[in-house]
Design a protein around this ligand. Structure first.
Ligand SMILES: Cc1cc2nc3c(=O)[nH]c(=O)nc-3n(C[C@H](O)[C@H](O)[C@H](O)COP(=O)(O)O)c2cc1C
Length: 202
């Protein structure tokens, strides 16, 4: 079993990454493999609305010179997906929005690539906009027919590391990991984990 997390922050090891790592640690305690994908510093652009993914239906975006197709593959291969973002002007970072739009559209064009995977969201906030930011990411999960086990992880902080002082935020991030592990193991026991989708040849 594997959970892949995407950090949409421009700071690789900032508050969002700290919260995500607390969640991943809980998953690892339950024997679940994890991977953290940092969007910071990577080439990633928004959807161009070219609609080519609805023509090719090859589980890929036509834009091939950035990180998105690798992210789509990682999402397809994982049993669980965590999206993490800092609040930027009361919503997700532009990198996270680009990831959502492109991975979401390619999934729709291919009949739903992430259906029945377990998903959740993590937010780092200084003061305002956490719920809305979480909602943006949760809507991606819901639109993809993924299953969300409980509350997202929201932690408060401005400078790198501030979130460590938010004990409740850390607890929520840990709880998110525990809830994901519980649901993944429960689905596995019931024989209901998301069916693996085989890669299509290029
Ligand atoms: C461009 C930009 C916009 C921001 N907008 C908000 C905001 O609307 N509300 C808020 O509470 N914090 C805002 N912040 C603060 C960050 O959400 C906060 O510092 C967060 O902890 C950063 O997480 P990171 O360390 O993972 O990058 C903003 C920060 C930046 C750089």
């Amino acid at each position: 079993m594997k959970v892949v997390a995407f950090n949409g922050s421009a700071r690789k090891n900032g508050n969002t990454a700290i919260l995500i790592r607390y969640a991943l640690k809980e998953l690892e305690k339950e024997g679940i493999d994890t991977e953290l994908v940092q969007l910071a510093g990577k080439r990633i652009r928004g959807c161009t609305a070219c609609m080519k993914c609805f023509e090719t239906r090859d589980q890929r975006c036509i834009i091939k010179n950035d990180i998105v197709n690798r992210c789509i593959r990682k999402m397809i291969d994982a049993d669980g997906i965590i999206l993490g973002s800092p609040v930027y002007f009361l919503d997700v970072s532009p990198e996270m929005k680009a990831l959502i739009d492109r991975c979401g559209f390619v999934s729709m064009a291919n009949g739903g690539l992430y259906r029945h995977k377990v998903g959740s969201a993590v937010v780092a906030v200084r003061r305002t906009g956490a719920s809305r930011t979480a909602d943006t990411m949760l809507h991606f999960l819901l639109a993809g027919d993924m299953i969300i086990p409980g509350f997202p992880g929201i932690g408060i902080g401005r400078n790198i590391g501030d979130v460590e002082d938010d004990a409740e935020g850390i607890e929520r991030a840990k709880n998110l990991g525990k809830n994901m592990a519980w649901l993944l193991r429960t689905l596995e026991t019931a024989g209901q984990a998301a069916e693996p989708i085989l890669a299509k040849e290029a």
